[in-house]
Write a protein that binds this ligand. Structure first.
Ligand SMILES: [Zn+2]
Length: 54
């Protein structure tokens, strides 16, 4: 699982579902494991829970 977070957006969250409406497409940081700081995206979490995370 690769996590992405937009750069320079102070309160943005980590995303890991490519089908998330807020998944960063450019200018982002990545983490290949669960980030140890910051918030996780609610939309990604609900997609994962529903088995709909791509
Ligand atoms: Zn997301």
């Amino acid at each position: 699982m690769v996590y992405r977070k937009r750069k320079g957006v102070r309160y943005d969250t980590w995303h890991w579902c490519k089908n998330c409406s807020n998944y960063p497409q450019s200018d982002y940081l990545t983490s290949d494991k669960k980030p140890s700081y910051g918030e996780l995206c609610n939309e990604c979490q609900s997609k994962e829970k529903n088995g709909n995370c791509q």
